[in-house]
Write a new protein. Structure first.
Length: 556
């Protein structure tokens, strides 16, 4: 029996090494297959009988089994294809075959071969023909669906979103650096009242030199016809009265500076020697000695030449555009969008009305001329002595029916937040740290997709916006070595592998692929050992045969 036992053992050895050779050849053949997991061979002995003592035991036969290496990750290499993916860590992509595209309950299979590309129907399909599954994401709410479905990248454009809010951040100077500002004239930092004038005759009066000489601001006031040293001028602005004494040394500039200290009053002198005083508020001026000012004084009541109503300080006519620019500072610009996605450029400017109170305007008609409105007031913003915004109390203004060149964006909320708009002292004199954003955008065409480490598939559009589309789940198994191997470097779940778990998978690397974990050098080493073992078993079989022949020859 020992010779026959040896023959039996040698035969099982040949079978076992043949199976090992088969696994090695398959590993070598798939050494370049994406995500392939090699099969190793395990050998186990079978004891044909056991003696009662150690001396009576025999070595027995052998059998071979395949051992999966699913848990051993292959090298990850980078590629330029956006839709390629590799799993760094444990887990598998969930895929289906073509039948799963339409089946209500598709059969899910699992793979680490992430060489997915868009097919003719814009599904993500790998080289083995499997379709990647994902959880669709609602683009409006961001909610992620529980049920998996084949990932299909639609080439539909992203619809436009009309702007609803502008988010504004800036620091305004305590003293604006405008063309109008003169540090010797305190009121010159305020907006020029003539910005809102509709006719000069209703809002101005002039002192003209009638002696024939053209005077300058540095000439003494007593040289102007009708003024003498000792005169006392009485100013009444918004019901408050103050007096100005004319001496022999008083210059025209002194008068201008005194008049300009009042908010809403603008005094100037032109090259022809004409002094003009304009006011956007209640104003009167009287001379105690009369002079060229009537004994009853001159009263300037701000009026409009249209119906005689009050001057509208919420709009700036195009004819006063340059005066407005000279009295204000830039507030920055932002592009908003209407319901059709039409871009609307909104240019803003700040004008100081009074101490710590600013008005914000936007250019509602850059092409306006004459009496047409060029700038429209958005609203007022007030600050405390520390430069903190105190009004509006809720930190926002509303722009009703914002229009630029006749294109309407509807009502827009201008949001300053609680502390994004300040008035801190600075020497620059302009709005600084300006940051303006808004929440609308134009329609956009799909220009590409990106995938992050958490498997979020995002569509990127020509309007520089992105939209989440799917999340790629990673399935893990309690006993992944028990998965059933199927074609295309894929696996199917079995009763002994457990159900897929989507909580503990590895991370995803986009634009990358996992290589086969079969190493050619290692397989060749195993091939040498297998070949030697096979030859040795053959030799045992040959020797046992010779020994049987010797026994048979004894009989003969």
């Amino acid at each position: 029996m020992s010779i026959y036992g040896a023959i039996n053992s040698a035969t099982t050895g040949l079978d076992a090494q043949s199976q090992a050779l088969e696994n090695i050849s398959g590993n070598v053949a798939n050494s370049s297959t994406t995500g392939y997991k090699r099969l190793d061979t395990s050998f186990s002995d079978l004891v044909s009988s056991t003696g009662s003592t150690q001396a009576g035991q025999v070595a027995g036969t052998v059998y071979a089994t395949s051992r999966a290496t699913n848990t051993q990750q292959g090298d990850i290499s980078s590629y330029d294809q956006e839709t390629y993916m590799a799993i760094n860590g444990s887990g598998y992509f969930v895929v289906t075959d073509s039948d799963g595209l339409t089946a209500q309950s598709p059969r899910y299979i699992y793979t680490r071969a992430g060489d997915f590309e868009l097919d003719e129907n814009r599904y993500l399909q790998n080289a083995a023909g499997y379709y990647l599954q994902g959880n669709p994401i609602n683009p409006q709410t961001g909610a992620e669906a529980d049920k998996l479905e084949p990932i299909k990248i639609s080439d539909q454009p992203m619809p436009a979103k009309p702007s609803e809010a502008i988010y504004y951040q800036a620091n305004l100077p305590s003293t604006p650096s405008t063309e109008r500002f003169n540090q010797d004239i305190p009121s010159s930092k305020f907006i020029d009242p003539s910005v809102f004038a509709t006719t000069e005759s209703d809002n101005s009066m002039s002192f003209v030199n009638t002696s024939g000489d053209v005077l300058s601001v540095d000439d003494v006031l007593s040289d102007v016809d009708g003024f003498d040293a000792g005169d006392q001028l009485t100013f009444t602005v918004d019901g408050a009265t103050s007096t100005f004494d004319v001496t022999a040394a008083t210059t025209i500039k002194d008068l201008l500076e005194y008049a300009n200290q009042f908010n809403g009053v603008s005094a100037d002198m032109n090259a022809a020697g004409q002094v003009t005083i304009e006011s956007s508020t209640g104003f009167s001026l009287a001379n105690s000695t009369g002079g060229n000012i009537p004994a009853g004084g001159i009263t300037l009541t701000p009026t409009s030449n249209v119906g005689g109503g009050p001057i509208d300080t919420t709009v700036v006519a195009a004819k006063n555009n340059q005066t407005f620019l000279n009295s204000s500072i830039s507030g920055g610009a932002v592009t908003v969008y209407d319901t059709n996605g039409t871009p609307i450029n909104v240019e803003t400017r700040w004008a100081l009305d009074s101490e710590d109170n600013w008005s914000l305007y936007y250019n509602s008609n850059p092409e306006a001329t004459g009496d047409d409105t060029a700038w429209t007031k958005i609203g007022d913003v007030g600050f405390d002595a520390a430069g903190r915004m105190v009004s509006p109390a809720d930190g926002s203004l509303t722009i009703p029916d914002l229009q630029v060149n006749g294109v309407s964006a509807g009502d827009i909320t201008l949001d300053f937040g609680t502390n994004n708009l300040t008035q801190y002292e600075d020497t620059i004199g302009f709005a600084t740290a300006v940051d303006i954003e808004q929440d609308g955008y134009a329609a956009g065409e799909l220009v590409g997709i990106s995938i992050n480490s958490e498997g979020l598939v995002t569509g990127n559009y020509s309007n520089s916006k992105s939209m989440p589309l799917y999340r790629v789940p990673i399935a893990t198994f309690a006993a992944e070595q028990e998965l059933q191997r199927i074609d295309g470097s894929a696996f199917a779940a079995t009763p002994t592998s457990g159900e897929p778990d989507f909580r503990n998978g590895g991370s995803i690397r986009s634009k990358a692929l996992e290589s086969s974990n079969a190493d050619i050098a290692g397989e060749f080493s195993k091939l040498i050992i297998t070949q030697q073992a096979y030859s040795a078993n053959s030799r045992v079989l040959s020797t046992a045969n010779q020994m049987l022949d010797a026994v048979l020859n004894i009989v003969r």
